[in-house]
Design a protein around this ligand. Structure first.
Ligand code: GDP
Length: 194
């Protein structure tokens, strides 16, 4: 399998990123959970499959219990398919991610984004954190350093920009850092096959 998964809260820009990466409109349907409507596309002369796992963390209009089910489905999907997953893109909203993480932490909860980051690492799935909506962020370096801190990555963030932290503005098509970080992992996966 040549699968790449996209995870992230509702409204962070997953569909927009998918469209920018694949170059075509993606029928999302906005169905939460593991919808398994994989989008095949060719990239750098190879064929990949992008799987959108929407609704992880929080999805508006979805009640608590159903939300739990979605969460569990996503976790199982990742566990069951980890072998064939080349990389994961964890999408966060650069404008709000720190506030959301800190609010959860203050309440004594583990923030979903942080939890997912570590879970993917545990499964040995390479993770790229796509920090989207950077057009809305003024103190870019500070924000990215804060994010590294929350994820347990040593600042400065620039240390992680080749393969882990990718600040982007998907809406304006500025996703080069994501492409580069992803291709880093895809090439690495290929090397491991040799
Ligand atoms: P999804 O729910 O994660 O699939 O998010 P969508 O791709 O549907 O995007 C949610 C909203 O965020 C839409 O209104 C997008 O236009 C907007 N959006 C996506 N990317 C960006 C970005 O880079 N900057 C800004 N300001 N808005 C964005």
């Amino acid at each position: 399998d040549n699968e790449i998964v996209l995870v992230g809260r509702s409204n962070v820009g997953k569909s927009t990123i998918m469209r920018e990466l694949t170059g075509h409109a993606v029928p999302t349907g906005k169905k939460p959970g593991v919808t398994r409507k994989p989008n095949h596309f060719d990239w750098s002369g190879e064929s990949f499959m992008f799987t959108d796992l929407p609704g992880f963390g929080f999805m508006s209009g979805v009640e608590g219990e159903h939300q739990e089910t979605i969460q569990t489905d996503i976790v199982h999907y990742l566990e069951d398919n980890a072998e064939g997953i080349l990389a994961a893109v964890l999408v966060v909203d650069g404008k709000s991610v720190i506030d959301i993480i800190d609010r959860h932490s203050e309440r004594g909860n583990i923030p979903h984004d942080v939890e997912m980051f570590h879970f993917l690492e545990e499964l040995d799935i390479p993770v790229v954190v796509a920090v989207n909506k950077m057009d809305k962020v003024d103190d870019k370096d500070q924000r990215l350093n804060d994010l590294c801190d929350r994820l347990g990555l040593f600042p400065p963030w620039q240390q992680w920009q080749d393969d882990t932290i990718a600040p982007i503005t998907a809406k304006k098509g500025r996703i080069n850092s994501l492409r580069e970080a992803l291709s880093h992992h895809l090439h690495e996966a290929k090397r491991d096959d040799l």
